[in-house]
Ligand binder design. Structure first.
Ligand code: UGA
Length: 435
């Protein structure tokens, strides 16, 4: 198929390359000329494992182009909307200006039979509104909603072989369904389940999934708070309850909590939309989910204060990890970066490092002192804080690393180290939710 993708951020860039891999002919459109130039040269503007290779392969086929000119979508039959919906400044609600602008810019180029497919995460009700706009334009194009569930770090796998495909379609839009089936032929042949539904359900599936995941993480972090008050061990608790298949062990890792460009803003946007719909009570628990999450960051700073003797003023703290999770250079709403900033506000001298996110963090917060490696961060440190569980930090040798620091104190913000091994090497080991 000939396909256009509007918006070449994380979602759109990965989607464009994956669609090419599936045999389609794709044009990726973005308003940012720098991003387009990088992508056209097969260079991802962000870190995602496997994407450089996939982009090179896809661009080399000649079936993947990138452009800043939206009229280049002409000739495509399917047009994916993959622009961002960030949190509005000063509000919990999602900012829809990029989605609206993308659809507006597409309208003059749509031909009869074209399918516009929303992938962006939007408040429920948006697809109906956009469908009316597309229909009333009179081009003969129609709209479908096909939410995206990719995780950073696993974006290619999640796009090529998703857990499920959700099609939100207007009543009896069989043509839309069959066009999406053609787009996703390979995944469907591989057994990916497909849910065909209405617009509202498709939009809600996306935010409900992220709300559930956020709730699961905050649930175990609430247990961590109770564990801290009782001397219990939240990691063993998670293992034990996780054996119950109805609960499941995945997404029950207690620690600094969730961040990133999706979970935090999606639960807030969901609450804002529920309020507009008059069902805010149904989602008040998400406010608590959000607050439990923030309290973990505060607790980490309090723990740091405690282990350096009560005050952070003038203390040297090594911060390992800045991205919101490993295998990503994304620092949007990153718990690790937030803790680093809070430490600095409390008077600490922070030396921060990350395998991939130093540059993205530096762009936002140039005042933090960044170093290239854990070894440099550790020099004369009064305490080491492990805040993002990158493999190279999990694999640190406590004995060799101990020779570099001033004081052998480590705070494991992600419960990812073996306390026994670190204590045996002479470290004071502390973690969230563990004795
Ligand atoms: C999340 C969802 O997992 C995807 O399904 C969804 O498509 C995506 O948002 C989106 O809406 O676009 P992502 O933001 O890449 O994906 O990150 P996750 O893997 O969900 O992790 C989110 C945060 O939760 C990270 O900060 C991570 O460290 C934290 N986390 C995760 C925990 O604290 N504990 C866990 O057990 C798992």
């Amino acid at each position: 198929m000939k396909i256009s993708v509007i918006g070449c951020g994380y979602l759109g860039a990965v989607h464009s390359a994956c669609l090419t891999e599936l045999g389609h002919e794709v044009v990726g459109i973005d308003v940012d000329p720098e991003k387009i130039a990088l992508l056209a040269a097969a260079t991802p503007p962000f870190y995602e494992p496997g994407l450089p290779e996939l982009l090179s392969r896809s661009v080399a086929t000649g079936r993947l182009r990138f452009s800043t000119d939206v009229s280049d979508v002409r000739g495509s039959e399917v047009h994916f909307i993959a622009v961002g919906t960030p949190q509005l400044a000063g509000s919990d609600a999602a900012d829809l200006q990029f989605v609206m602008a993308a659809v507006d810019s597409l309208l003059p180029h749509l031909a009869s039979g074209d399918l516009v497919v929303g992938k962006s995460t939007v408040p429920v009700g948006t697809a109906r509104q956009l469908s009316d706009i597309v229909n009333s334009h009179g081009s003969g194009a129609s709209l479908a909603w096909n939410p995206e569930f990719l995780r950073e770090g696993f974006a290619i796998k999640d796009t090529l072989a998703p857990d499920r495909l959700v099609y939100g379609l207007a009543a009896s839009d069989h043509r839309g369904e069959s066009m999406l089936d053609t787009v996703y032929t390979r995944a469907l042949a591989g057994g990916t389940p497909k849910v065909v539904t209405d617009f509202a359900t498709a939009e809600l599936v996306k935010v409900a999934a992220n709300a559930f995941l956020a709730t699961k993480i905050s649930f175990i972090n609430a247990m961590a708070e109770v564990a801290e008050a009782t001397g219990a061990d939240v990691t063993q608790l998670a293992d034990a309850i996780g054996y119950d298949v109805r609960i499941g062990r995945r997404f029950l890792n207690a620690g600094l909590g969730f961040g990133g460009g999706c979970l935090p803003k999606d639960i807030r946007g969901f609450m804002a939309r529920a309020k507009e719909l008059g069902v805010d009570q149904a989602l008040t628990f998400l406010r608590e989910v959000d607050q439990i999450n923030t309290r973990r960051r505060e607790r980490m700073v309090d723990l740091a204060k405690e282990v350096v003797g009560g005050s952070l003023v003038g203390r040297r703290i090594a911060v390992l990890g800045l991205s919101f999770k490993p295998d990503s250079d994304d620092v949007r709403d990153s718990p690790a970066l937030d803790v680093a900033l809070r430490l600095i506000e409390s008077g600490a001298t922070v030396l921060a490092t990350d395998p991939q996110a130093v540059e993205t963090a530096r762009r936002r917060y140039p005042h933090i002192k960044y170093v290239a490696s854990p070894a440099e961060a550790a020099v004369d440190a009064d305490a080491v804080l492990l805040l993002t569980e990158w493999r190279e930090y999990r694999d640190l040798d406590p004995a060799a690393f101990g020779d570099l620091v001033g004081t052998k104190t480590i705070l494991d913000g992600r419960n990812c180290l073996d306390p026994g091994a670190w204590r045996a090497a002479g470290w004071a080991y502390r973690a969230l939710g563990r004795p």
